[in-house]
Design a protein. Structure first.
Ligand code: AMP
Length: 332
């Protein structure tokens, strides 16, 4: 039985992009995994979805803001339809095996490999105040994966380098110390929704974008969604076929993608104004059930916390033997 594993880092409030590109897919994976209450009878494999709060610390975070972001994200995982009876929901920091194995893997990875990692190259190298963890986090990411022994890791192109490093480190470890890790295959699924920033449609809609005028948050009320969509970048072409998907029209293409992903239709739409109204309506309708569920769950933070505490306890059990095997294999 294979395992389905995915983490989201709490470095900003969740966006429409996170919902369409990740949360909604998590729910679909959970739904495809069967209804058995115990992990063993799930046809499609056990699902683990986590908040990678340790990864958030690779850049400065205000502790109070981080705590609030984690709480909101945990609540939104449940509001989006993740079900603790069918998926294990956890916090990385509550499963100490992640950071323990990360150190053992730091003792396996090479500086030559970490120097090549894109995040560090683009955001950290040469900046004296770069946190050491921004350099070493790929070892933590390898631990996040290897602890759960998945045979396949489905990732977007932007994550490919991490999983390739994970494979290299696992192969090297197994060769040096014995066959402890399952070496996962990288699988890039058919392109899913890639939601672009409304104000700058050449870049991805990101939860940590600054400024964030072009970012729709999952908890944005309808009037905020309307305002952000109404200010979305389109272009100056106003011909009869102005509303179409085209590489020369990234803003319009993005709005059409969002409309389709949110279940709307562009049939008969010929003006940007009409397109923006349709997008607003479709996005508001998509967010509405999620926001209602969030409002109910937010009244019971102890429940949300208990779900993640139980999931994290399950992860501690699942990961203990892998960590023990790796520790012993290294001679500790
Ligand atoms: P990130 O917010 O970059 O940490 O990504 C968390 C998850 O959300 C990953 O599975 C991403 O692929 C997905 N995701 C983030 N932003 C977008 C976006 N703009 N469009 C589609 N998927 C996204």
């Amino acid at each position: 039985m294979d395992r389905n594993l995915s983490l989201i880092t709490p470095t900003g409030r969740l966006t429409l992009g996170n919902h369409l590109g990740a949360l909604r897919r998590f729910v679909a994976a959970q739904d495809a995994s069967g209804n058995g209450a115990s992990g063993e009878d799930r046809a499609g494999g056990e699902c683990f979805f986590g908040l990678s709060d340790l990864h958030a610390l690779t850049t400065p975070q205000d502790p109070a803001v981080l705590r609030a972001t984690v709480t909101e994200m945990a609540t939104l995982f449940l509001a989006a339809g993740l079900d603790p009876a069918r998926a294990t929901l956890f916090r990385q920091s509550q499963v100490p095996a992640h950071r323990e194995l990360a150190y053992l893997l730091e003792c396996t990875a090479y500086t030559g490999e970490l120097n090549r990692m894109i995040q560090f190259k683009e955001k950290g190298r040469g900046v004296p105040s770069t946190r050491v963890s921004l350099y070493t986090y790929p070892a933590l990411m390898a631990a996040d994966i290897l602890l759960y022994r998945p045979s396949v890791v489905p990732v977007g192109d932007d994550q490919r380098q991490h999983v390739e490093l994970t494979r290299d480190v696992a192969i090297r470890f197994n060769h040096a110390y014995g066959p402890v890790f399952v070496v996962p295959e990288v699988r890039t699924p058919a392109a899913g929704a890639r939601v672009m920033d409304l104000a700058d449609p050449t870049r991805k809609m990101s939860k940590s974008a600054e400024p964030d005028a072009g970012v729709i948050r999952l908890l944005d009320p309808p009037d905020v969604v309307r305002r952000k969509v109404s200010r979305a970048v389109t272009d100056s072409d106003t011909g009869p076929d102005a509303v179409r998907v085209s590489a020369e029209k990234p803003g319009v293409s993005n709005l059409l993608d969002i409309l389709a992903a949110c279940g709307g239709s562009a049939d008969g739409i010929t003006t940007y104004g009409a397109l923006k109204s349709a997008v607003t309506e479709a996005v508001v309708a998509t967010l509405d059930p999620l926001q209602r569920a969030h409002a109910e769950l937010a009244d019971d933070p102890a429940y949300v916390e208990s779900v993640f505490a139980a999931g994290s306890a399950h992860c501690r059990e699942v990961t203990a033997s892998v960590l023990a095997d790796a520790t012993a294999a290294m001679g500790l």
